[in-house]
Ligand binder design. Structure first.
Ligand SMILES: Cc1cc2nc3c(=O)[nH]c(=O)nc-3n(C[C@H](O)[C@H](O)[C@H](O)COP(=O)(O)OP(=O)(O)OC[C@H]3O[C@@H](n4cnc5c(N)ncnc54)[C@H](O)[C@@H]3O)c2cc1C
Length: 461
């Protein structure tokens, strides 16, 4: 860093309360990356405790044209919080208070650094439910979830983060503090500015307060596992279940490569000849879910399942989830690194996309394992590579491009949940089209005229 820049950034210590600014090398390193393979250290880390501090940082950064990269827990997969241009990392980790859980109005108000799982546990103690469940919820923050519009297995029945955000407090890149949305379950006054910021991946404003909708906690849930000898039958069973007016809270899909990989890892007797497993969960009243389980079993057998198990205790439930939860560690036995994508296709296209992805992987001599959320068509493809092998890395990048092309041809999207960040930025226009991208650029220019906020992400120019 040049002496002038050092002097400039040191001013942050004067404009912010004590302890909110760090130049300590270990702190810079801790804030350099997320779960993507590459990282870049910032010049300084700011850890504000208040919205006032956030606004002061942005006014300062905007005046001096300094890049600011917002950060929650750093558990993204697409490099969204990696400060590729250096500058300031603005970590919201210390703004981690649950301000209010209002059981009478079914809302909660939280600061962005609140851990997702903590919010869920706190509301559940009051018989309430905050459904969005990214698999990273043990670590992720509500600010990160809002900025990426996270979703998880429960999406099929309950939707994703945007379906639960009623209002936000946002600090604009120019330092103004904006309150969007409502504290009520309805509200249509003006443009839906809340939705503009949800999923904007930290490129339009810093989210400093979030009002979320809560619903009653379902009293019971039950888990089932269906084995399908033929790949095509599993998504047909998914459609048949939903057509039978049963919306499971979870419908997870595991392909044959993943089954074999987990079996090699755990040796728990998984059916390695099966082409697909479906992990199904229903929730609701005990009496109703009992009937739903029986109906689902009948539907699965009718659609070609060769085996079906229902869990009758928490231990049996954990056993059924074991294969799904062990995929990530099992994969790393195949190769040290993975390129994990989150493509999403219409339900009926799941078998076709899996076949096409496998054919692409074969063409480029790569190992691929697919699993994901069959209820919403969101499939995680995992190309297992060794990043120290440049030839393999080049082949993997070519394969990813073809996987995205195939996904779009089938009416899908390149990202169902992880977002665009850096890794998918070159492909964004291919997905949304040049007109949408041009409009995104105009919105960016309007809200962030000096492009200080999260530069290098989402392919904004
Ligand atoms: C093992 C694993 C499993 C995952 N499973 C899922 C899944 O099932 N579903 C899913 O959707 N995602 C999943 N993810 C991706 C990731 O966890 C989510 O995107 C999550 O929302 C990131 O939260 P975070 O707090 O770690 O945010 P970060 O990674 O710190 O940031 C994510 C993005 O949000 C921006 N940001 C963060 N906080 C703010 C704020 N307050 N204001 C403005 N911008 C902000 C950052 O700049 C960045 O662009 C998974 C990741 C991992 C590692």
């Amino acid at each position: 860093m040049s002496p002038n820049k050092v002097k400039l950034l040191a001013q942050l210590k004067r404009i912010l309360p004590p302890g909110e600014v760090s130049f300590t090398p270990t702190v810079l390193t801790e804030h350099a990356g997320d779960k993507w393979f590459a990282s870049h250290p910032p010049d300084v880390v700011v850890l504000p405790r208040s919205t006032k501090s956030v606004a002061a940082v942005l006014r300062f950064a905007n005046r001096h044209r300094l890049p600011v990269t917002p950060r929650g827990a750093g558990h993204g997969y697409v490099g969204g919080c990696v400060p590729v241009h250096g500058g300031i990392v603005l970590s919201l980790a210390r703004m981690n208070r649950i301000r209010e859980i209002n059981a009478a109005d079914f809302v909660a108000v939280v600061q962005p650094g609140v851990n997702t799982q903590k919010l869920q546990q706190e509301v559940e103690q009051q018989g309430l439910f905050y459904p969005p469940d990214p698999a990273s919820l043990q670590f992720s923050t509500m600010g990160g979830n809002a900025a990426t519009c996270s979703g998880g297995p429960r999406c099929v029945k309950y939707g994703v983060t945007k379906n639960y955000i009623l209002g936000l407090e946002v600090v604009l890149p120019t330092g103004e503090i904006l309150k969007t949305g409502v504290q009520t379950l309805k509200g249509v006054a003006g443009y839906d500015l809340t939705s503009l910021f949800v999923g904007s991946e930290g490129t339009l404003g810093i989210i400093t307060l979030i009002t979320v909708r809560l619903i009653p906690l379902p009293p019971a849930r039950r888990c089932m596992l269906a084995t399908f000898p033929r790949l095509d039958d599993a998504p047909l069973a998914v459609s048949a279940i939903i057509r039978a007016r049963i919306i499971p809270s979870t419908l997870e899909f595991i392909d044959q490569a993943a089954i074999r990989c987990v079996e090699d890892y755990l040796h728990i007797g998984l059916p390695t000849q099966a082409e697909a497993l479906l992990l199904i969960e229903v929730d609701g009243d005990e009496e109703v879910i009992g009937k739903q389980c029986k109906a689902i079993e009948k539907i699965c057998y009718g659609q070609g399942a060769s085996a079906f198990q229902t869990a009758h205790s928490p231990e049996e439930e954990a056993q059924l989830w074991k294969a799904r939860r062990s995929i990530s560690p099992a994969l790393l036995k195949l190769n040290p690194d993975k390129i994990n994508e989150d493509i999403t296709v219409p339900l009926s296209r799941i078998p076709e996309i899996i076949r096409r992805v496998n054919a692409i992987a074969q063409k480029y001599r790569l190992i691929n394992v697919s699993f994901g959320h069959a209820g919403d068509g969101n499939i995680h493809t995992n190309l297992m590579i060794n990043r120290n092998n440049p030839d393999e890395v080049t082949r993997a990048h070519q394969a990813v491009k073809e996987i995205f092309q195939a996904t779009l041809e089938l009416g899908g999207t390149i990202s169902g949940e992880h977002g665009i960040g850096i890794t998918k930025a070159p492909f964004l226009e291919m997905d949304i089209g040049s007109e949408n991208r041009a409009l995104m650029n105009r919105l960016k220019n309007l809200l962030d005229p000096n492009h200080i906020l999260n530069p290098g992400k989402l392919s904004l120019s």
